[in-house]
Design a protein around this ligand. Structure first.
Ligand SMILES: *[C@@H]1O[C@H](CO)[C@@H](O)[C@H](O)[C@H]1NC(C)=O
Ligand SMILES: *[C@@H]1O[C@H](CO)[C@@H](O)[C@H](O)[C@H]1NC(C)=O
Ligand SMILES: *[C@@H]1O[C@H](CO)[C@@H](O)[C@H](O)[C@H]1NC(C)=O
Ligand SMILES: *[C@@H]1O[C@H](CO)[C@@H](O)[C@H](O)[C@H]1NC(C)=O
Ligand SMILES: *[C@@H]1O[C@H](CO)[C@@H](O)[C@H](O)[C@H]1NC(C)=O
Ligand SMILES: *[C@@H]1O[C@H](CO)[C@@H](O)[C@H](O)[C@H]1NC(C)=O
Length: 844
């Protein structure tokens, strides 16, 4: 009898359903959306690419205006061993970036946009893309940080929802020594209604508001209980994956599928833009729903990154019930109640009708690196059979406090993680360190006088990263043509093995610049003639030489008995090969034949900065002309730029460790370049410091580094502060012949400054030419650099800003002297923000 009744009721409801459906079919058409902005780019391709789904991807050659890159490096193949048939054509070509490069898109309609990035590491004769490491950012959001395609044997597809107005730029930034690449880019407008501004919070709390201001990355988009949905079917060209790999209790679930035509979209609710018919036409339900009383949940577990809130959208459509109000169930996210007693009939007032609901899962609820979505029957249900369903699931990552979707570094490359500052625990350790540091003080002094052999683990800490790639051909003036350079480099490495010593095979694999034969350098220096010597250091002698019929180079020949020898030789090659910057001395190549350790650098004809300040030889018939204050400022700014790049730029996280005026070299135009990376260290940014034996130069050494023996980039900032005073006062940083309180320049200058007497020791040759404002700003910068504790010292970016400002003030005052009326419009300096600004320069 009960059976008959059920039969009857289901027939009735079916009848009503049909009644409901018919008018809907008549009025309901698929929503269409034509995106205002629709950039589809097949990168590195020479022609347009048409996908099976009908979309046309333009070549970035056809419209290069939006691509800014230093050199054209492209690669393409005829086929690749993967089976993704729809987007496969996009992966047959790629563009490679040896330096920071940008795609910029004009945005006609402000709003959210898809950013879809396609990666597949294609072969290239010079660059191993599998090994490449790079970052991708927009102006506001980090999309990928230190990304590598190494761990995925197949294509990598990344999809984001980013707000953009006027202009959207994608910055590709290779990691030091590496390259970046991209196969295809999509920038497409998104309908405003796709992502709301608020959503229910899990764990339960007031609604999460302000979603509009978040950048999102799509983590998972699943068509539950069904197969893949291709971008061709989806109205927004989305891809929906099968839920199979995520279903953590497949035995308990059963697929349900209905004809997509029977799905309706309610007015004022879900639309085909929210999800297309096939998503709602398939579902998973409880496998034994119709038998005994089921007592379990359907569960899907997706792995996600911790430290981010997640936007979660669940799609439901009751395609399992025979009548309304049969289906009531609970929804859990990470075992927390998301909806209790969801009655789909109450939400949609009809069966087979699309419904979706949004949540934001708080990062604190993600303890297991995964999101677990569960649906399960409501106990003690009065009507219907216990069952639960899910049709579709979308999981999107929200950007974190660093405005990043990948890690804790901001778009400026700076670490923005929670342990950025110094915790009280660290301070306590610092206190203990101070006591220990005092005890070790005398030992340290000995260390300073003569540097000790490096710790054994130096090699390991500093080991070559496997992603290190050849020098960027574009910067290498010594390499004539790109195609030529490849074969040349390879043949050099191929032919020299027999003679060279231990590192050669090591270096040859890395392609670290040009390899010089020993005879080549003998010729360049007239057999290392003493007359060619331009400098002598702990490492050995530095010669001037001529290569390639006239190019002057500096040749540093290692002293084989030197204790510092081999390790510093290696470190220097490692460091310099990774670094390319206008304000860093470039390494051209090296020679390691016959047990020799020889480095070849660009020649800096004006030598070390110190010589220009006070260091020139006595009775020199051609004394070095005095540097003006403006020249000194420009030199300081240049060196600060170089150091800033080391700390935070593409080369992020390198500590120089030996900043001093002899390591700042000047080229023929007095352009400053930082040199001598023999002591440099990669700073592991996660820890923020490196523990190491104290090294550096007396007079420049950070007192905190003394005490704690922990190296941070703020130690370089300290040394740079000393350099600033040295530049201002033109005297050695340590002069033991002076009265005791004057021996140490940094201490003495700070003392005088506190008493307002600094003028006393300013270089008498220029003291009258420095503008008051410029001096004040300069000294302020130097003073901050010399703060007792690293945390109180500014970053090099701030120092740079202050120096730029000091230069502006100097130039402005010079203008006042020349003509009063010109200055009014030119001295508009900007003070906004703490970040470095490019200041308007006074007109010449
Ligand atoms: C809407 O689109 C889907 C998939 O593209 C298709 O299956 C369905 O028949 C369309 N419905 C209508 C009413 O056009
Ligand atoms: C590129 O690097 C990967 C990973 O290190 C390695 O497996 C592969 O053999 C390299 N390819 C070439 C052509 O060197
Ligand atoms: C459900 O359908 C998908 C796609 O057709 C399939 O991969 C999966 O094995 C099915 N699951 C069950 C439990 O039958
Ligand atoms: C379903 O999952 C929730 C949260 O994990 C749990 O509290 C509940 O007991 C489960 N229900 C059943 C029937 O196992
Ligand atoms: C997430 O949870 C933490 C800790 O429970 C809380 O401080 C924070 O405000 C929550 N975030 C949001 C966006 O609700
Ligand atoms: C953590 O994840 C594993 C599977 O990845 C799962 O078996 C385990 O139950 C999870 N633990 C918690 C507390 O959620």
């Amino acid at each position: 009898m009960g059976g008959d009744f059920r039969h009857f009721s289901s027939q009735v409801s079916l009848f009503f359903l049909l009644l409901l459906f018919v008018p809907f079919f008549a009025v309901q058409s698929n929503s269409s959306f034509s995106p205002a902005d629709n950039y589809l780019i097949d990168c590195g391709s020479s022609r347009e690419t048409k996908l099976p789904d009908g979309r046309n991807f333009k070549s970035d050659q056809q419209s290069v205006s939006f691509l800014q890159t230093e050199e054209e490096i492209k690669t393409s193949v005829d086929s690749i061993p993967i089976s993704d048939s729809n987007s496969l054509p996009l992966y047959l070509s790629a563009r490679i970036f040896a330096g920071k490069s940008t795609y910029s898109f004009y945005i006609s309609r402000p709003g959210r946009h898809w950013i879809r990035l396609h990666f597949y590491p294609l072969p290239h004769p010079l660059y191993n893309l599998t090994d490449s490491v790079f970052s991708v950012t927009t102006d506001t959001t980090v999309l990928l940080h230190d990304f590598s395609a190494r761990d995925s044997s197949s294509i990598v597809f990344k999809e984001y929802l980013i707000y953009a107005s006027e202009k959207l730029s994608l910055y590709f930034k290779p990691h030091k020594g590496s390259v970046a690449f991209i196969n295809a880019v999509e920038i497409v407008s998104v309908p405003d209604e796709l992502i709301p501004d608020s959503a229910a919070s899990v764990p339960q709390a007031p609604d999460f508001k302000g979603l509009s201001s978040f950048s999102l990355q799509i983590s998972h988009r699943l068509n539950i209980g069904g197969g893949l949905i291709s971008p061709k079917i989806d109205h927004l060209s989305r891809f929906w994956a099968s839920d199979k790999p995520y279903n953590s209790f497949p035995e308990g679930s059963r697929n349900v599928t209905v004809d997509p035509k029977t799905i309706t979209y309610p007015e004022g609710g879900a639309t085909t833009l929210i999800a297309p018919h096939p998503v709602y036409a398939t579902a998973a339900e409880m496998a034994d729903a119709q038998t005994s009383e089921p007592n379990f949940n359907l569960s899907w577990r997706m792995s996600v990154d911790s430290g981010h809130d997640y936007f979660i959208r669940l799609h439901f459509c009751d395609i399992v019930s025979k009548s309304l109000n049969e289906l009531v169930f609970n929804v859990f996210i990470n075992k927390l109640s998301a909806i209790s007693g969801l009655d789909l009939s109450a939400k949609t007032t009809a069966l087979g009708t699309a419904y979706y609901t949004d949540f934001v899962l708080n990062a604190s609820a993600i303890t297991n690196g995964s999101i677990l979505v569960q649906v399960g029957p409501t106990p003690n249900l009065q009507s219907g059979k216990p069952n639960a369903i899910l049709n579709g699931l979308e999981i999107m990552k929200l950007h974190n406090a660093a405005e990043s979707l990948d890690g804790l570094f901001g778009v400026d490359g700076k670490y923005k993680g929670p342990s950025g500052g110094m915790s009280s625990k660290k301070l306590a350790i610092a206190g203990i360190g101070f006591v220990m540091g005092l005890t070790a003080f005398f030992g340290v002094v000995v260390l300073l006088v003569r540097w000790q052999r490096r710790p054994k683990d130096w090699q390991k800490q500093n080991s070559f990263s496997s992603w290190l790639l050849p020098l960027h051909a574009s910067h290498s003036s010594y390499i004539s043509s790109k195609s030529g350079s490849t074969s040349r480099r390879m043949s050099i490495f191929g032919s020299r093995k027999s003679k060279s010593n231990g590192f050669s095979s090591f270096f040859s694999n890395q392609g670290l610049g040009r390899y010089f034969a020993f005879t080549e350098l003998q010729i360049a220096t007239q057999n290392f003639d003493e007359k060619s010597v331009i400098g002598v250091g702990g490492f050995g002698k530095v010669y001037i030489g001529e290569i390639d019929g006239g190019t002057q180079v500096a040749i540093k020949r290692g002293n084989q008995s030197s204790e510092q020898g081999i390790n510093e030789f290696q470190t220097e090659i490692q460091m310099l090969s990774k670094l390319r910057h206008r304000h860093l001395v470039s390494l051209i190549g090296f020679c390691d034949e016959n047990q020799e350790m020889i480095l070849v650098y660009e020649y800096m004809s004006n030598g070390p900065l110190r010589d220009h300040l006070y260091g020139s030889k006595e009775n020199d018939p051609n004394p070095i002309p005095t540097l003006s204050w403006k020249q000194r400022l420009e030199i300081c700014i240049g060196s600060a730029r170089g150091l800033h790049y080391l700390h935070t730029g593409a080369a992020q996280g390198i500590i120089h460790r030996d900043v001093k005026t002899t390591n700042i070299l000047l080229d023929e135009n007095l352009l400053a370049k930082v040199s001598d990376f023999g002591l440099s260290k990669d700073a592991p940014m996660e820890q923020g410091h490196v523990s190491t034996a104290v090294k550096g130069s007396f007079g420049y050494l950070d007192p905190e580094y003394f005490r704690r023996q922990q190296l941070t980039d703020k130690s370089d900032v300290y040394s740079f502060g000393v350099v600033l005073f040295e530049v201002l006062c033109a005297r050695p940083v340590i002069n033991p012949q002076l009265p005791r309180e004057q021996v140490n320049l940094a201490e003495y200058a700070m003392n005088l400054h506190r008493k307002g007497n600094l003028e006393k020791i300013i270089d008498p040759k220029i003291v009258g030419t420095i503008s008051k404002g410029s001096l004040r700003k300069f000294v302020e910068a130097a003073e901050k650099c010399l703060a007792e504790y690293g945390v109180d010292r500014p970053g090099m970016g701030d120092v740079l800003w202050n120096l730029e400002y000091a230069l502006q003030l100097q130039e402005a005052s010079a203008q006042v002297d020349l003509s009063e009326d010109k200055t009014t419009m030119n001295i508009q300096l900007e003070f906004s923000g703490e970040e470095m600004q490019i200041l308007p320069r006074p007109l010449p």
